[in-house]
Every structure is written in C-alpha cells, then in structure tokens.
Design a binder for this molecule. Structure first.
Ligand code: IPE
Ligand code: IPE
Ligand code: MG
Length: 246
C-alpha cells in the first residue's frame, strides 16, 4: 500500500516508541492487563514489518522500564514470559532485522537473558533495520552508568577532563551504536517521557496519540510520520537559514 501522505524520500532514520496503553485496552474489554500485553506483541510485529518496508533504519521500543519492576509480581512475570515467547527468530529473519537490547539486563531472569543473547547472535548479520528493545531500561540509570564509567576512566588516567565532550558522553551511552531518534512516538494518551532516552531525544520530534498500543497499526504509524514530515527541524536556526541551507 502506498500512502500518499508520506514522502518516501524523507522517512525518519530512527523512530523510538513508548508503547503505552496495553493495560487500559484490556481493562476496557473486561480482561486481565496481561491480555493487553499479549495483544501488544501483535502491534510490535505489524510496526516492525511496516518500518522495514518504509526503510526506517532503527526502531527503538520501550518494552519494560526500571520503574515497571514495581508492578504486581504476576504482571511482571507475565511480561517476562511474553518477552521470552515473542523473541522468535521468524519476525527478525522474515524482515531481515537485527535485534539489539538496551537496559539493565543483569536484573532480568536468566532464561530471558539467554534468549536475548541468542536472538542478538542469530540476527547480527541482518541488514534491513535494527530493532532495539529497551528492557529494564531507564534513562537516568543509563546516564548514571555513563557518568560512572567516565569518572573511572579519568581516575585511571585514561581520559582527561578536557576530553569530555558531548560525543564522548554519547559514546558511553548504551545507544552508542545508533543515531539519536528523529521521531519519538508515545501511544496511549499520556503526554510524558517516563524516563526514556532523555539524552538522545534532545532534538527529536515528539508525537503523542491517544490510540492504545494494541490498536496502533500501519495507518497510525503513517499518520505519525506524516506529522513528522510536516514539521521543519530547525536545530536552533531560523526558518530562512534552514530554507537556504545556511
Ligand atoms: C505499556 O502498557 C506496556 C508496559 C509498560 C509494560 P501499560 O501496561 O502501561 O498500559 P496502561 O498504561 O496501564 O494502559
Ligand atoms: C512507560 O509506560 C514504559 C513503557 C512503555 C515500557 P508506563 O505506563 O510505565 O509509564 P507511566 O508510569 O505511566 O509514566
Ligand atoms: Mg502505561
């Protein structure tokens, strides 16, 4: 399907998504919250293949935050089970997608960690798109880790304080292998960032929609991309400067 709203020559290189609203989607149907998470996996499949088709290079999905560890134990267990069962090679191999993970992986159950490593290994040579799952992730945690590493390198004499610049900080983030997001989408109606990629979204275009994640489909994605393409990214410059490529 060709969507005339979308300019295929200006597809965002990196899309990050806060996949929110699974619980409310399920509750509105009189079901358990985990039923919503299950339905959300189907949206991940759809959006992954559509992003690949559109030529998106990086798709970063907020799947489980550090703060989500505070949810009821049965919901956490259901989410871990779902991560485990949905990491099938098929989604990645069919779409030629490389899988990566960011977050405090050490806190995850051993079986989940093993599956993550296995999936990363199996898909490492895939080239169409990189799908990054943020698991047990929070941006403040990530930044704190980076600060610790940088401090240790200074202490060991490997680095001068003068050598600390924005590029060096970026290179100590878990996201160092990819460019910053061009477009950040949050589904589910909340207008907040919830500790996601704070450093990396400094100049991302933000898009919020009310649609619950299990209802987010190709059409919703196209709408988000069309909105992104209708904006002028100025990076601090004036409109005239951007138009004249100054
Ligand atoms: C997002 O959906 C998925 C996770 C946070 C794991 P929620 O579970 O937050 O759904 P709502 O926001 O309660 O509807
Ligand atoms: C953010 O959603 C985390 C993920 C989507 C994984 P939450 O539902 O946990 O966010 P808050 O707590 O409502 O801000
Ligand atoms: Mg939520």
């Amino acid at each position: 399907m060709i969507d005339t709203r979308i300019d295929m020559n200006r597809i965002p290189r990196h899309i990050a998504i806060i996949m929110d609203g699974n619980g409310r989607w399920a509750m509105e149907r009189g079901k358990e919250r985990s039923y919503g998470h299950q339905a959300g996996v189907e949206s991940v499949r759809k959006i992954t293949s559509e992003c690949t088709r559109l030529g998106v290079e990086y798709l970063t999905l907020y799947t489980f935050s550090t703060e989500n560890w505070n949810r009821p134990a049965d919901e956490v267990a259901a989410l871990m089970g779902l991560v485990l069962s949905s990491l099938e090679d098929e989604i990645f191999m069919k779409n030629n997608v490389r899988f990566r993970v960011i977050g405090d992986i050490g806190r995850l159950p051993e079986a989940v960690r093993a599956k993550l490593h296995e999936t990363m290994d199996h898909t490492k040579d895939n080239t169409a798109m990189t799908m990054v799952v943020a698991l047990s992730y929070s941006s403040k945690w990530e930044i704190t880790q980076a600060v610790r590493q940088i401090a240790a390198e200074v202490q060991q004499g490997k680095l001068n304080v003068d050598g600390i610049d924005e590029n060096l900080v970026s290179s100590h983030m878990q996201t160092k292998f990819m460019p910053d997001p061009d477009l950040l989408i949050r589904t589910g109606g909340e207008v907040r960032i919830s500790n996601y990629l704070l450093w990396q979204i400094a100049y991302s275009e933000l898009y919020f929609c009310d649609t619950y994640w299990p209802d987010f489909d190709e059409n919703c994605l196209h709408e988000a991309i069309a909105s992104y393409q209708n904006r002028q990214r100025r990076f601090g410059k004036t409109e005239a400067q951007v138009e004249n490529n100054d």
